[in-house]
Design a protein around this ligand. Structure first.
Ligand code: HEC
Length: 121
């Protein structure tokens, strides 16, 4: 009888933790940093200030992620821009070029450079 109770508890615990873990998005900050330094620094700059070496040649300036407006964006907002790109700008979408995990990781890295700060009305 006691054995049954233990078994049941174990099964319930597995049931509770397993789905939560399998749905947890994979984020790898080290990888995010590597992706950023390979694909994004040219425009957005090493610290994300929008001052990369290619920025001078662009009509639309690359986003400075430290701006108040940019820091107020959620990871979802940023990821949208990364996935789809922004219209009429050199910021093209990375869909098909980076994996979903890569895009999450690079977004997390941007948020490490310039932490999220909700705008105060
Ligand atoms: C060719 C230059 C260029 C490259 C390379 C580039 N970007 Fe951009 N990015 C831009 C420009 C320009 C904008 C701003 C567009 C606008 O304001 O319309 C922008 C905007 C963004 C935004 C929106 C920010 C906000 O606050 O709305 C994100 C997020 C972003 N870039 C992420 C990335 C990531 C991640 C990479 C690398 C995988 C990358 N960018 C590579 C030029 C670039």
């Amino acid at each position: 009888m006691r054995y049954d109770a233990v078994l049941l508890t174990v099964l319930v615990l597995i049931g509770l933790t397993l789905p939560a873990h399998s749905q947890e998005p994979q984020v790898n900050l080290e990888k995010g940093k590597a992706i950023y330094q390979t694909h994004c620094v040219g425009c957005h700059g090493i610290l994300g200030k929008g001052d990369g070496p290619e920025a001078a040649n662009l009509i639309v300036p690359p986003t400075n992620f430290h701006r108040t407006q940019s820091r107020a964006k959620t990871e979802m907002d940023l990821r949208g821009a990364i996935i789809w790109g922004l219209a009429f700008s050199p910021m093209h979408g990375w869909w098909g070029k980076l994996s979903g995990e890569d895009m999450r990781s690079v977004t997390a890295y941007i948020r490490q450079l310039a932490p999220y700060q909700p705008s105060t009305p």
